[in-house]
Design a protein around this ligand. Structure first.
Ligand SMILES: Nc1ncnc2c1ncn2[C@@H]1O[C@H](COP(=O)(O)OP(=O)(O)OP(=O)(O)O)[C@@H](O)[C@H]1O
Ligand SMILES: [Mg+2]
Length: 394
């Protein structure tokens, strides 16, 4: 057992999502911008803030981690300690959970129960003050927190800085796939400004190629992935501009090749890896939807194209076209809205409501687990399958 040594993968850890490369290719501009935004902290311990926004797999989390580590090292070399606490708001999505996590950084033994959020905040403030160190709180996937209307926490953290004696201060780095400017404005005071946005665009094909090449070099046996396969993987990932997909493809293709005898990854291994990745949006969830909901979801997936989200109005426009194509009557707005909510409940999509600049509130829909184009393809296959006749159609 285990006597056969690995012929493809040299260091699997380098393909894990937690791994933070020493140098990030093609994120130099964002690193520089963060440096500008956090200079007052590094030099004078003053509180700073940044808001990192961009779609899935554009390197927001990894850039925030790299930057915070580098900043901590830089400050430490100058004899100045900086605390950084990284919180994923999808994992810890309540105000209480987050404050408790922050408190535990200073007092690992502090009890979880019996204190109100206000008490805990008070005690956190004292801890930060007496630490005499700047604290940087990174709230990753902050949209989950803001969606649950926990805006007060951001406001409270910003208030900490009033009257706090340097070098103690609280800085905030918020990360989201969606532009949260309006919610953050509502939530916070002037010290956490929206002007501090750092944008992450989707990666281009050649950027993805460089990312794949550099990660393959670190993780795989030399020569295991040839330039033809690197090109192929970059072609697959370019459609979404998503580096996570690129890394996942390397990992899957390498595992498939590991099972063979060739000692290198073939283009077919890369194609099989691609086919495997999107099978996790369970077909059964889609098949189980009734005709009306399938059509609504197809319309949403088609309308989304490569956007990270679309307004419900835009989705309804496509819905009318899709219904016509499948010879079905399009339902009214309230009914469409119910379909959207049902599908959110079973995790096929997500919604968020935002204030628009022109006034009014608009619902936006996003699809997270599968590229919309791939979802549309799956639904079209199911809808076109003669075995899948919906009883209500006749
Ligand atoms: N410029 C880059 N160089 C090397 N690896 C990268 C780069 N950008 C992203 N990656 C890798 O791609 C994967 C996804 O990146 P990351 O988790 O930072 O994306 P994200 O923007 O936070 O996505 P999400 O919005 O889904 O959380 C990670 O494994 C990360 O290490
Ligand atoms: Mg992330």
């Amino acid at each position: 057992m285990f006597e056969r040594s690995s012929t493809i993968i040299k260091d699997g850890g380098k393909l894990s999502f937690e791994y933070v490369p020493k140098k990030l290719v093609h994120r130099e501009e964002q690193m520089r911008r963060l440096e500008t935004l956090f200079r007052p902290l590094a030099e004078e311990s003053r509180p700073c803030s940044a808001f990192l926004a961009g779609s899935v797999g554009t390197g927001k989390t990894v850039t925030a981690r790299r930057f915070c580590e580098d900043m901590r090292d830089h400050c430490a070399a100058k004899g100045k300690a900086v605390d950084v606490i990284f919180i994923n708001c999808r994992m810890k999505n309540t105000e209480h959970g987050i404050i408790y996590h922050l408190l535990r950084h200073y007092d690992p033994g502090c009890p979880d129960r019996g204190f109100s959020a206000a008490d805990m905040l008070q005690s956190l403030r004292k801890k930060v003050e007496s630490s005499s160190r700047p604290l940087v709180v990174v709230l990753d996937e902050v949209d989950v927190l803001l969606k649950n209307s926990n805006r007060d926490l951001i406001y409270q953290l910003s208030r900490f800085n009033e009257g706090m004696r340097p070098p103690a201060s609280v800085s905030l780095m918020m990360i989201s796939q969606y532009s949260m400017a309006d919610k953050i404005d509502e939530a916070s005071v002037s010290s956490f400004k929206r002007a501090n946005t750092v944008k992450f665009d989707r990666y281009t094909r050649s950027e993805l190629r460089d990312i794949i090449e550099s990660r393959a070099e670190e993780a795989l046996v030399s020569g295991a992935m040839g330039p033809d396969v690197i090109d192929l993987l970059a072609d697959i990932a370019r459609e979404f501009g998503d580096a996570r997909l690129a890394i996942e493809l390397i990992e899957k293709a390498a595992s498939i090749a590991e099972g063979g005898d060739g000692g290198r990854i073939t283009p077919d291994d890369a194609r099989s890896a691609n086919a495997m990745i999107y099978s996790n949006v369970s077909e059964s969830k889609l098949v189980d939807l009734d005709m009306k909901r399938k059509l609504a979801l197809l319309a949403i997936a088609r309308a989304m194209k490569k956007e990270s989200e679309i307004s419900i109005t835009a989705a309804e426009r496509t819905y009318a076209v899709v219904c016509e194509e499948y010879d079905q009557a399009a339902r009214k707005h309230t009914q469409f809205w119910t379909y959207v909510q049902d599908m959110e409940n079973i995790g096929l999509l997500a919604t968020t409501v935002r204030n628009e600049a022109e006034g009014g509130r608009v619902t936006y829909i996003s699809i997270q687990d599968i590229p919309p184009k791939e979802l549309a393809r799956k639904l079209e296959n199911i809808l076109d399958d003669p075995a899948d006749v919906d009883e209500e159609r006749y």
